[in-house]
Design a protein around this ligand. Structure first.
Ligand code: DGL
Length: 268
């Protein structure tokens, strides 16, 4: 496997661009091939079977693009499709998810007793965070809350305004999130509302930004596997399974620069 090959990243839509953005900042030599399954977004409302089906098709696409590693930049797909993809890819290409690095990073801080998790309905239904924390440290209490309005709200550009403040505050005042000492933003859309969440807690709760943790972890994995590219990066490529001008507009918010989105239906 050559280190100059691209990294394949996928998400249900454009939320995973927050992870891609964190990656390009700390790994400027890496070429990214991104696939956003905008035709089937939100995954948060889909069944595990549907999420596995879409994820397998996307992994095949990224494999055909000769990616040296695949990153599932979506909590919902990480929760439901990671094991299928590990099985499907075998030893052809390493695959990483966005959940394990975050659980490990939070545990390594060694200071949290009650951890809050906010995510899509499907991620919360899987109970994946509570299960993973329990395996490593059974004394940690995990309290999870589905926050299904947040991803579509952010995608529509509603943040840093009165509407987003009302929605965010109404979720965060849930009794499930009482007395937490840290909150995991377990959806790749949520980094965009981190300032509003931090302001709600006024510094009393640590807010865990998963995009940066995942990017650091990816750097370690590439180094360990001898796959870190030390030459100049080739141009990133971005594909979506449904194309609308509003996706193009939103990508700027998530990736912090204008990108070209190519329409790529891959379901035949
Ligand atoms: N990006 C997805 C995640 O991280 C959430 C959006 C969706 O429901 O598709 O879970």
């Amino acid at each position: 496997m050559s280190s100059i090959l691209p990294i394949g990243i996928f998400d249900s839509g454009i939320g995973g661009l927050t992870v891609a953005n964190a990656i390009r900042k700390i790994l400027p030599n890496e070429q990214i091939i991104y696939f956003g399954d905008t035709a089937h977004m939100p995954y948060g409302d889909k069944s595990p079977e549907a999420i596995k089906f879409y994820s397998l098709k996307i992994a095949k696409f990224l494999l055909d693009k000769n990616c040296k590693l695949i990153l599932i930049a979506c909590n919902t797909a990480s929760a439901h499709a990671y094991h299928e993809l590990v099985h499907f890819l075998g030893d052809r290409v390493p695959i990483v998810n966005v959940i394990d690095p975050v659980v490990n990073a939070v545990i390594s801080k060694g200071k949290y007793k009650k951890i809050g998790v906010i995510a899509t309905k499907s991620t919360i239904r899987s109970d994946i965070y509570a299960k993973k924390f329990k395996i490593i440290d059974p004394d940690i209490e995990v309290s999870s809350l589905a926050t299904p309005l947040l991803a579509p709200m952010i995608e529509e550009g509603f943040f840093n305004n009165n509407i987003s403040k009302t929605v965010i505050n109404s979720y965060l005042t849930s009794s499930k999130l009482k007395k937490i000492d840290c909150l995991i933003l377990a959806c790749t859309h949520y980094p965009l509302i981190k300032p509003e969440i931090s302001s709600f807690y006024g510094g009393k709760v640590d807010i865990i930004n998963t995009a940066e943790i995942v990017a650091e972890d990816l750097k370690e994995s590439l180094t360990r596997l001898g796959l870190l590219n030390d030459g100049p990066a080739k141009r990133h490529q971005f594909f979506v399974s449904d194309y609308t001008p509003s996706f193009v507009k939103s990508t700027r918010l998530f990736f912090e620069e204008k990108i070209h989105l190519a329409y790529k239906p891959i379901w035949d």
